[in-house]
Design a binder for this molecule. Structure first.
Ligand SMILES: [Cu+2]
Length: 456
């Protein structure tokens, strides 16, 4: 016991000074700057679509400001410019280094320095042009998943277009007559598994009812990356890293909601598995799919929604209860990070395990990772004699400081030890606390972010 206590103390000291954690975090999360600061959370006061949209609200419509934009935590929005009545976006497919947790960076492929790619948001009825550039070492194309557009725009190599060769540009242009949660992706299976996907959200011409106060998007992805390796094995059928918007818990940025507000969550899956996504403490209704809005007559209460491959599920709920509520895939192995990675050549075995061994494993981890605190919850005196031990005993690692950001402000100490894999939280906050965090975000987001902007 004594030995362990000592180890954990020294691990704490050792881990604390290792890196400039803030820098590590920022540098590893590409173009994480402008998803939020103005308007998104307050929602009612501004729109990223400005007033220049080609479609004035019909005279008889209830005019709030248009379209509360969706926020994609840990992923940025793709800006556009106007060319006459056309919204023009620039999208480049390219290799991306993605820090998925503080101690693991992978070589994924994505768009504009981001994996998943930046979120495209348009208004139903918009004419959209995407100037696409291929900076990958091989040919690719862009498929617009779920959109009813002419076959020439469908983005399937050889069938609807010539593959876009490395270094080439390609123009996509179409009118979006639908509303809903769509996505873009490469139409090549292995490229999809390298991360080539992004949201394409079409906001409805008239607001959905009831209106929501917060709108969040999560992309589910899975990766097979061997220990001490950075390149996903796209042929693997077993996955050891599971991400929301390209990061695993506890690096996922918590979603924030005002107490009493209505929240929309759009969940999109492109991988090899279907994911049952569960929300704690509240019931939700499924208000839409990858095909658009679902009629209210089809809504019924639930708290776990199965998001199948190539599907989107949109859920809404009233944030009635204050607290930090988990949102996570409920497959047990998807609620973990790859321990093999941390232990490298060693591994936790459910036979022949001793505390001393576990301690030495934790030590190897603490020395390679900027943890300020490595620990595990109490175990029984006779734990080692109980068949099956250990299970979760050595998995919990506090790294609050390594993943600290305004959205984590005020969480209980070691909160990060309880979060792994495809997991985030929605923090339902009373007005004052909510505004406090918003103020912190504003300060944190302002100047330095520009320096780390990778995109183009
Ligand atoms: Cu899952």
């Amino acid at each position: 016991m004594n030995g362990r206590r000592k180890f954990f103390q020294s691990a704490a000291v050792f881990g604390a000074g290792l890196f400039g954690l803030r820098e590590t975090l920022r540098a590893g999360t590409p173009v994480n700057g402008f998803q939020s600061p103005r308007g998104n959370e307050s929602g009612r006061h501004s729109s990223p679509f400005g007033t220049q949209g080609p479609h004035a609200a019909p005279a008889n419509a209830v005019v709030h400001n248009r379209a509360l934009p969706m926020v994609t935590p840990d992923v940025t929005d793709l800006p556009h410019e106007m060319d006459g009545g056309v919204k023009v976006f620039h999208l480049a497919a390219e290799p991306v280094k993605r820090k998925i947790v503080p101690f693991k960076t992978i070589d994924a492929w994505g768009y504009n320095g981001s994996c998943p790619g930046p979120t495209i948001q348009v208004q139903q009825g918009d004419r959209v042009r995407v100037v696409f550039e291929n900076r990958l070492p091989e040919s690719t194309s862009l498929h617009w998943h779920g959109l009813e557009i002419p076959i020439e725009q469908d983005g399937v190599p050889y069938i609807s277009q010539k593959p876009v060769a490395p270094g080439e540009k390609y123009l996509y242009e179409f009118t979006v007559h639908q509303e809903g949660t769509f996505f873009y992706h490469a139409h090549s299976a292995m490229q999809e598994m390298m991360g080539q996907i992004g949201f394409f959200v079409a906001h409805p011409e008239r607001d959905y009812k009831p209106r929501v106060d917060h709108d969040y998007g999560l992309i589910l992805q899975e990766w097979a990356v061997l220990p001490s390796n950075t390149i996903p094995n796209t042929a693997a059928m077993e996955f050891n890293w599971l991400t929301f918007n390209g990061v695993s818990a506890p690096m996922t940025t918590p979603l924030l909601a005002r107490l009493g507000s209505r929240v929309r969550l759009r969940i999109l899956n492109l991988g090899m598995d279907h994911h049952p996504v569960h929300l704690h403490g509240h019931q939700f209704v499924v208000t839409g799919t990858e095909g658009g809005r679902a009629p209210e007559s089809t809504w019924y209460p639930m708290n776990t929604v199965l998001v199948g491959v190539a599907q989107a599920r949109v859920v809404e709920f009233e944030a009635k209860y204050p607290g930090a509520w988990m949102v996570h895939c409920h497959l047990p192995h998807h609620m973990m990070n790859s321990m093999m990675d941390l232990l490298r050549d060693r591994q936790i075995q459910t036979a022949d395990q001793t505390e001393a061994k576990a301690d030495s494993q934790m030590m190897s981890l603490a020395m390679s990772v900027p943890f300020e605190h490595a620990h595990h919850a109490p175990i029984a005196q006779n734990a080692e004699s109980v068949p099956g031990f250990p299970q979760d005993a050595f998995m919990e690692m506090g790294m609050d400081e390594a993943v600290e950001k305004p959205e984590t402000y005020g969480l209980p100490k070691n909160w990060s030890a309880g979060m792994m894999g495809m997991m985030t939280m929605i923090r339902v906050l009373p007005e004052k606390e909510y505004e406090g965090i918003m103020a912190r975000k504003k300060t944190a987001n302002l100047p330095e972010h520009e320096e780390h902007h990778h995109g183009s």
